[in-house]
Design a protein around this ligand. Structure first.
Ligand code: PEP
Ligand code: MN
Length: 264
């Protein structure tokens, strides 16, 4: 179902009115790694909206490497995200980690993220095939393009064809960056599938100083959008502060990105 051969036209995924893919404008999603407090969420959302982002991200359930690290605000976090959506008119993106929260996400979240660590959680993918909410499917930490497309196929096989792919860097021997951003997937995914693809330069690099250049490169390579971690006070972020942009840098990035999008 994802195969370009049987579906030559680019798919355009409608996320509560924001269109992703095809010849639509690039879609930039911004927001904190984790939903922290209601107050900080609203402060960040104000900057993200003012910067010109089309959607707002925030993790309410967090797949942390350590069980002792902050695990997320859960249902309360989802609730605050819906309040941000009403206040700033941005669809919200959040990660679903387990099937038991499927209904909560279907009812409250506009774009359901499947994190890298769950890319091959086949039961979760099948469950997402039973609903019609758009899904943002991140590439696994060490997964091939073929495996990634097959993961999308699991969701689509169930009847949910609203899938957006997201490259977020893969594991290599290189330790200077958190992951290695595989930009070559953009033209490959475009060739093999009709699905939109967006890039997450924040998790791909792990370093805010690299986020702008990788974002611009991704747009030049034909990406349909970006998902970027933004925080008002990255030094104090509860997760992923080192890779989070402040709103002013995020705004500049969007302006430059739009200029590049015009010429590709
Ligand atoms: C995230 O988006 O905060 C996240 C945990 O991403 P990934 O699954 O790509 O590591
Ligand atoms: Mn993160």
């Amino acid at each position: 179902k994802a195969n370009r051969m049987f579906h030559p036209a680019d798919s355009v995924i409608d996320v509560s009115g924001v269109k992703v893919g095809g010849n639509e404008d690039i879609v930039v999603i911004g927001g904190p790694c984790s939903v922290e407090t209601r107050e900080s969420l609203f402060q960040i959302a104000e900057g993200v909206a003012a910067a010109g982002a089309k959607m707002f991200r925030g993790g309410a359930y967090k797949p942390r490497t350590s069980p002792y690290a902050f695990q997320g605000q859960g249902t309360l976090g989802v609730q605050w995200l819906t309040e941000v959506r009403e206040a700033y008119h941005m669809p919200i993106v959040s990660e679903l980690m387990s099937i038991d929260k499927l209904q909560e996400f279907d009812e409250n979240v506009d774009l359901i993220q499947v994190g890298a660590r769950n890319m091959q959680n086949f039961d979760l993918l099948k469950a997402l095939g039973t609903i019609r909410k758009p899904v943002l499917l991140k590439r696994g930490l060490s997964n091939t393009i073929e495996e990634w497309i097959m993961a999308a196929e699991y969701i689509m096989a169930g009847g949910n064809e609203n899938v957006i792919l997201c490259e977020r860097g893969i594991r290599t021997f290189e330790k200077y960056t958190r992951n290695t951003l595989d930009l070559s997937v953009i033209p490959i995914i475009k060739q093999k599938t009709h699905l939109p693809i967006i890039i997450d330069p924040s998790h791909a690099t792990g370093d805010w100083r690299l986020v702008e250049s990788m974002s611009l490169a991704a747009i030049a390579a034909g990406a349909d959008g970006l998902i970027i971690e933004v925080h008002n006070n990255p030094e104090c972020a509860w997760s992923d502060g080192a890779q989070s942009l402040k709103p002013d840098k995020f705004k500049t990035l969007i302006e430059k990105g739009r200029a590049i999008a015009k010429v590709v």
